[in-house]
Ligand binder design. Structure first.
Ligand code: SF4
Length: 405
């Protein structure tokens, strides 16, 4: 245990050495070339759970397409989702646009230099608030995420569980104390940079670390064991049967897709029609292929767009993990036999009532009720995928189909 003088010296050493290291070693990232709070905000939302290398081209495309908050606020949601396609976590893109509209309405299109007002924007949590206030406005606010908690746990030998709210509060207080006067912007970025490049989750590179000499975790040989982090609940498995229906007649070469309801998981994104497979965890993709294709055939007629389709056979299996659900998809090829004619090259084919709850519930076929939201179906070509936003897993399946076709 360090006495208070030792602790004070450790903190001073940490802040001083880290800043000097950052000035020597910082990466040239597109959002670091200016202090525009809008750019900082977009980059921080994109960087949550996504690597820097992946984010760079998305960030550049995004600011080219929506160079100002006003542009983002006024854009069709479909365009925003399309620009985000592949990054996942689509609710973040929706929240970003909703918050851009709030900034236009409440603050005349400029991100406010006010913590409470930034924190009140949709989808902006304590971390993003701290990042915007410190990086863009140089305010001494902490920006504490998992990376920062890892570095602080190790350097100060903190054994508390970082999943606990009390530990986060402690870390935020500590991170605030560490900010040198007038250097919030660089210091917070330096802390993030150390977590990304040196004090990495596995095999931290202590030998090149600028704060190695006083790192209590390293001196104790505890750097690999820290931070203490209790396990999050694993995502719930869901098994789904997916129909890849190829059109006939004037829809030859096209595939049937539908748009998800306005609320819930992946709201308003496009996907292949699918239904839950009643399978227990551990039973693979659920039903044997024969009954699975029968159920999909019936669903396409009854709960879907009224398409008579002949099963061709299994195509592939796919998986996707959301924060709380893990999808196991068994995809079957179908060939349409009486596809209604598409107007104008794949216009909306049919609208049927399907329960939004049936998409997310994980059991039971889609119910029908005139009061419930309409679901659009349409036939698409490979080129239509350039303008419609699909979740990653369906993007992969459709790309594979069109490559093989
Ligand atoms: S010395 Fe090692 S454990 Fe300590 S902060 Fe540096 S990289 Fe992390």
């Amino acid at each position: 245990m360090q006495d208070s003088k030792e602790l004070w010296q450790s903190k001073l050493f940490f802040s001083t050495e880290l800043l000097q290291w950052y000035e020597r070693s910082k990466r040239d990232l597109p959002w670091r070339r200016h202090r525009d709070p809008y750019y900082i905000w977009i980059s921080e939302i994109m960087l949550q759970q996504t690597r820097v290398d992946t984010v760079i081209p998305y960030f550049q495309r995004f600011i080219e397409r929506f160079p100002t908050i006003q542009d983002l606020a006024e854009a069709p949601e479909e365009d925003v989702l399309k620009c985000w396609e592949g990054l996942g976590y689509y609710s973040r893109a929706r929240n970003l646009q909703a918050a851009a509209r709030q900034v236009v309405e409440r603050h005349g299109g400029a991100v406010p230099d006010n913590k409470a007002e930034v924190a009140a924007l949709k989808g902006v949590g304590p971390y993003t608030t701290g990042a915007i206030m410190s990086i863009a406005f140089n305010r001494p606010e902490p920006a504490v995420d998992g990376n920062v908690m890892r570095v602080l746990s190790r350097y100060f030998l903190i054994e508390e569980d970082i999943m606990k709210t009390a530990t986060r509060t402690l870390m935020e207080e500590l991170a605030t104390e560490l900010i040198p006067e007038g250097r919030a912007s660089d210091f917070n970025q330096a802390l993030m940079e150390l977590g990304a490049l040196v004090c990495t989750p596995k095999s931290p590179q202590c030998l090149i670390c600028p704060v190695m000499a006083r790192c209590a975790g390293r001196l104790e040989g505890a750097e690999e064991r820290l931070p203490v982090k209790s396990k999050a609940k694993p995502p719930r498995p869901e098994y789904r049967l997916v129909a890849l229906v190829e059109g006939d007649g004037e829809n030859a070469g096209r595939v049937l897709v539908r748009r998800r309801p306005d609320t819930g998981l992946l709201a308003r994104m496009w996907e292949l029609p699918h239904i839950p497979a009643d399978a227990a965890p551990g039973e693979g993709a659920g039903l044997p292929d024969g009954p699975a294709m029968d159920r999909l055939t019936a669903a396409l007629v009854e709960a879907g767009p009224g398409v008579m389709a002949r099963p061709v056979g299994p195509f592939l299996n796919a998986e996707h993990t959301f924060s709380h659900i893990h999808w196991n998809l068994r995809v079957f090829r179908f060939s349409a036999e009486n596809a209604p004619a598409a107007k104008g090259g794949g216009a909306v084919l049919a609208a049927v009532a399907e329960s939004a709850a049936a998409y997310d519930a994980g059991s039971g076929a889609a119910s029908t009720s005139a009061a419930e939201p309409l679901v659009e179906y349409r036939w698409i070509t490979r080129e239509d995928m350039d303008s419609l936003a699909f979740p990653n897993v369906f993007l992969r399946i459709l790309n594979r189909h069109f490559e093989e076709a």
